[in-house]
Design a protein around this ligand. Structure first.
Ligand code: NAD
Length: 261
């Protein structure tokens, strides 16, 4: 637990399920007020608000696409109107599709760039335009991936969006460091969330993935939520422009284990 987080206000995009939902719950456990953005999963968002309020916490669910300026502005407005401010902005929403690159349609490409990369840009822009004129400190956490580093054939749009997000984070961190605004990313490895549910239904695929992870297991969404809470808190006050990989060691290049290569 991080005592400085109590009473802080956060926006979490894609907060109705998966990693975003774990972050919402973790933030609420810290005593934070949370604006939960969802795109289609109204039940997941409403259920989460219900669970948080039952425990005496504060949350509100707001529908909207993160790929639009209005969608992000609505989240900022909801934070200000309902909770009186904004301290932490988490751009978590994202998705991936698999296809050989020569068969990826322009629309499929554009949608992933729009949600995974333009979304965090628009979220950061909305938050910065509140923090800067009000002279407030700020904290942005963007959900990247191990694939900001590791190429992944047949997922070119996804890897490109996360690679771009990595440079966006670093640029923003440098640009606003003097304004007391920190910008970091989390780079999850393979986590147990709906995005992977179909893939891991096949136990041989699950085992193959686990064999690529030094810690030999798929990650729990709460592992990512713990990292988000630390980045949100003052415990990380001297950290900016970084990607915190939460990946069981997958970015350590398992293929070289035992001196191979
Ligand atoms: P998920 O599919 O469970 O959740 C993604 C969320 O994003 C969903 O709630 C979805 O509705 C939302 N979303 C999608 N498009 C949206 C839009 N246009 N506007 C608003 N919300 C939208 O997936 P997850 O595993 O929880 O992934 C969350 C983030 O973590 C993504 O950015 C993903 O790329 C990243 N990530 C996940 C893993 C993993 O193994 N699960 C690994 C690395 C990175």
């Amino acid at each position: 637990m991080y005592p400085d987080l109590a009473g802080k206000v956060a926006v979490v995009t894609g907060g109705s399920k998966g990693l975003g939902n774990a972050i919402v719950h973790r933030f609420a456990e810290e005593g934070m007020s949370v604006v939960i953005n969802y795109n289609t999963d109204m039940n997941g968002a409403a259920q989460t608000v219900y669970e948080i309020e039952k425990l005496g916490g504060h949350a509100i669910a707001i529908k909207g696409g993160v790929e639009t300026e209005e969608g992000n502005q609505a989240l900022l407005d909801a934070a200000l109107e309902n909770f009186g401010g904004l301290d932490i902005w988490v751009s978590n929403a994202g998705f991936e599709t698999q296809n050989h690159t020569h068969e990826v349609s322009l629309d499929e490409w554009n949608r992933q760039i729009a949600v995974n990369l333009t979304g965090p840009f628009l979220g950061a822009k909305a938050a910065l335009n509140y923090w800067l004129p009000n002279n407030k400190p700020g904290n942005i956490i963007n959900m990247s991936s191990i694939h900001e580093l590791i190429p992944w054939p047949t997922y070119a749009a996804y890897t490109t969006s996360k690679g771009g997000l990595s440079m966006f984070n670093k640029t923003l961190a440098m640009e606003y460091a003097e304004s007391n605004i920190r910008v970091n990313a989390i780079g999850p490895g393979a986590m147990d969330t709906p995005i992977n549910a179909k893939r891991f239904e096949d136990s041989s695929v699950r085992q193959e993935t686990e064999s690529m992870i030094p810690m030999q297991k798929i990650g729990d969404p709460y592992d990512v939520a713990d990292a988000a809470a630390w980045l949100a808190s003052n415990q990380s006050k001297y950290v900016t422009g970084q990607t915190l990989f939460v990946d069981g060691g997958i970015t350590l290049y398992e293929a070289f284990d035992g001196g191979k290569g």
